[in-house]
Write a protein that binds this ligand. Structure first.
Ligand code: ACO
Length: 403
């Protein structure tokens, strides 16, 4: 195998690949992706099998430790995680400082960084593996609590504490939707859909946020700090923020009288910055295997919940037109996972601003696996070069006076 710690910097020749479209930044054993054939596998297992047969926490274990857990290992793993799901009471004081209008992604990334204050030993990424494991367990355990609390904060509602007796997904749903006046029973169909959605987002090799986590981790930053940076990278509308942008785009089309052709034309117009949100992918050029699974899940859940949402009709029409329009066909722009996930989240009652937070919950095991792998590989600090195109040497004006 390639020992990347032995690779030495070369001087002289610099390759330029803006956006890293064709540049591998690392070797990795975590996720295999073939964009032409539409294949996605984690540690060798197909995404189809994992989404159908595993729970989210099993997939998290697989990504982080390389194997599916046996029954006893899983029991220990999940009960350990649930035991750590409470956050320090002083974190509530930090919540009090955020206005209720704060976007939950900003709140989430700030709070993940603030975990270093409550668990300062996590700052050193070179501890023994038991200490690293504890940091990993804490992060997986606390992110749903922080996510649900940032939602409650945005609604001005009292925070709901985690319940270690619940499983991971239903605990999160309870913290989101239960309150002092209303119980929330988690429907098994909703549980199944949530597990699937989280699994489908769990890792995607060197995407923008995972690459960010590795870059930040390469300077020997702690796991919490690297994941906080990943959350911020995910927030943008060209990445995880697309799931929120999809629903906002559908709402705009609806408010504009449902004129889909007009928006298709805008997306094709080179002078118009508008893009069809939820279409296209850097790597998948035939189809996104996650979209197939999620599309079916969307149909099942909408049937089950009896949802009748005019935005869904717009989404379906948009999908039909784009799939046959020569512009989208020639450029191989297909609906990606974000096109459908927002539709399901909306049907489940999540407010639009929480959609990208749900993506972050799903992507967390991937970020952890990527950070852990890069540390184990003793990856050198990430430090790309550039091709300078600015002014060459200029003489400082002698007669310049400072105002
Ligand atoms: N609508 C209209 N045109 C598009 C779209 C779109 N959604 N996506 C790409 N194109 C066009 C571009 O204008 C470009 O045209 P050109 O070759 O004539 O200049 C061509 O298709 C290639 O697009 P790039 O931006 O070069 O492709 P890139 O790989 O850099 O970008 C991306 C991929 C960011 C996903 C892009 O397709 C996009 O902006 N999609 C919409 C946002 C979105 O859905 N993001 C979620 C991605 S999936 C995820 O993060 C889980």
């Amino acid at each position: 195998a390639l020992d990347i710690s032995k690779l030495r910097a070369t001087s002289g020749l610099i390759t330029l690949d803006v956006g890293f479209k064709n540049t591998g930044s690392t070797t990795s054993n975590v996720t295999f992706l073939d964009g032409e054939k539409g294949i996605l596998r984690h540690r060798g297992y197909s995404i189809e099998d994992l989404a159908e047969k595993s729970s989210f926490l099993e997939v998290a274990y697989l990504l982080i430790y390389g194997e599916l857990p046996d029954a006893q290992t899983f029991e220990n793993w999940s009960s350990r995680i649930m035991k750590h799901s409470l956050v320090h009471e002083d974190i509530r004081k930090i919540f009090d400082g955020f206005p209720s209008t704060a976007h939950p992604m900003g709140v989430l990334s700030s709070l993940v960084t603030s975990l270093t204050a409550f668990h300062p030993e996590s700052i050193d990424p070179n501890r023994d593996s038991a200490a690293i494991d504890l940091t990993i367990v804490r992060l997986l355990a606390k992110l749903p609590t922080l996510a649900a609390w940032s939602f409650k904060n945005s609604q001005g509602l009292p925070l709901e504490y985690p319940n270690a007796k619940n499983d991971y997904v239903s605990n999160f749903m309870q913290m989101m939707f239960k309150n002092k006046h209303m119980d929330y029973d988690v429907d098994p169909v909703i549980m199944d859909a949530m597990n699937k959605l989280l699994i489908l987002h769990a890792d995607h090799e060197q995407n923008c946020s995972a690459a960010t986590v590795r870059v930040v981790g390469s300077s020997l930053s702690s796991l919490y700090v690297a994941v906080s940076a990943g959350i911020n990278a995910l927030w943008g509308s060209l990445h995880g923020g697309a799931n929120q942008a999809v629903i906002e785009m559908l709402e705009t089309i609806q408010a504009d009288g449902g004129n889909i052709d007009k928006f298709i034309a805008k997306a094709k117009d080179k002078n118009d910055p508008f893009r069809l949100m939820g279409f296209g992918h850097r790597v998948y050029k035939n189809f996104d295997p996650r979209s197939r699974i999620i599309k079916k899940a969307a149909d099942d859940i909408l049937d089950r919940l009896g949802v009748n949402d005019p935005l869904l009709d717009i989404a379906k029409k948009l999908e039909d037109i784009a799939l046959t329009d020569p512009y989208f066909v020639e450029k191989k722009l297909y609906p990606n996972v974000d096109f459908y996930s927002g539709i399901i989240y909306k049907a489940l009652g999540f407010p639009t601003e929480m959609f990208t937070v749900l993506f972050a919950l799903g992507r967390l095991p991937g970020w952890i696996a990527q950070w852990k792998e890069s540390r184990e590989m003793v990856q050198p600090i990430s430090r790309p070069r550039q091709v300078y195109t600015g002014e060459t040497h200029r003489a400082y004006p002698e007669d310049r006076t400072v105002a």
